[in-house]
Ligand binder design. Structure first.
Ligand SMILES: [Zn+2]
Length: 293
């Protein structure tokens, strides 16, 4: 059981920042609590592992995986294709490898693993959803295992990726220890996370879509990522912006707030513009980590 009264990194007492809600599925209220030292934020309370599944039972979580419907989904699929290419390039450059072994945590519908497999990598996925595991096996012939099976395995990899998945995990410290054991020498850990120190997060506060409570359990900024990684034997080698997220997150946040799509686009544009000059202010960041020697 995770202690939600104290920071898992600094042991400071956590204080309530504001109350937000689950906009997507249940409409229930959740607090965002914060460590005044490192800035790590947690969702409070966490649903436990047995009942968190019910908070993922939304049409929107499933429909994005498959067919194209309407303009929004058309754009979504275009952005996904662009992002897959960009992720591949970041991995090649950061790992200094054109092929190797890769493990994707929270692989969902498996499009990233499929892309990497086509590019010549040996790939494996981990996903909590048995339905996702079956679909990826059937559609792409890629092996996907459950988190428990993965935590009990001892295979090694050149690259481990967590594309917007580490914020969903009950105990990320347990995962970091496992990554450390499983990374080959010179291996890299790639983690993409929302950043609540972005202009769009400040603008929308409790309506900011990337809090996504209670599916997101932890909320990070570059300093808290640096702290959690350093404490667990990793060093941050660099970070990259995810250009589309200021727009996507602002449009969704505007909807939560009851404002127009147009105001979301304008706020997204303003947020993106700032992140061009200050990348650590981007709404979502991709961090590259190595294990300390
Ligand atoms: Zn802390």
């Amino acid at each position: 059981m995770i202690d939600q009264t104290h920071c898992p990194l600094c042991k400071n007492e956590l204080t309530i920042v504001f109350t937000t809600k689950d906009f997507l599925v249940s409409g229930e209220s959740f607090d965002i609590v914060e460590c005044s030292d490192c800035g790590l934020r947690l969702t409070s309370p966490f649903p436990n592992k047995d009942n968190i599944g019910s908070y993922y039972e939304s049409e929107e979580y499933i429909s994005h995986a498959e067919e194209t419907k309407g303009l929004f989904d058309f754009i979504y699929n275009m952005v996904r294709a662009y992002m897959l290419g960009r992720k591949g390039k970041i991995i090649e450059r950061s790992s200094r490898k054109r092929s190797g072994t890769i493990l994707d945590i929270g692989c969902g519908a498996g499009h990233f693993l499929d892309k990497m497999k086509i590019d010549g990598w040996r790939v494996k996925g981990v996903d909590v959803s048995s339905k996702a595991r079956e679909i990826v096996k059937q559609q792409f012939d890629i092996e996907v295992i459950s988190p428990d099976d993965w935590l009990n395995s001892d295979e090694k990899y050149d690259v481990v990726t967590c594309w917007h998945s580490l914020e969903h995990v009950h105990d990320p410290l347990e995962y970091l220890q496992k990554f450390k054991q499983q990374l080959n020498e010179n291996g890299i850990l790639v983690v993409a996370l929302p950043n609540y120190d972005s202009p769009d997060a400040h603008k929308y506060g409790a309506d900011w879509a990337a809090y996504d409570t209670p599916r997101h359990l932890y909320h990070f900024t570059p300093p808290s990522i640096s702290k959690i990684m350093t404490q667990n034997g990793f060093s941050v080698q660099g970070c990259h912006r995810i250009n589309f997220d200021p727009f996507y997150v602002s449009i969704l946040s505007a909807k939560h707030k009851g404002s127009s799509h147009f105001s979301g686009i304008v706020n997204g544009l303003a947020s993106w513009f700032i992140s061009v000059f200050q990348k650590e202010k981007c709404s979502s960041l991709i961090y590259i980590m190595k294990v300390n020697e």
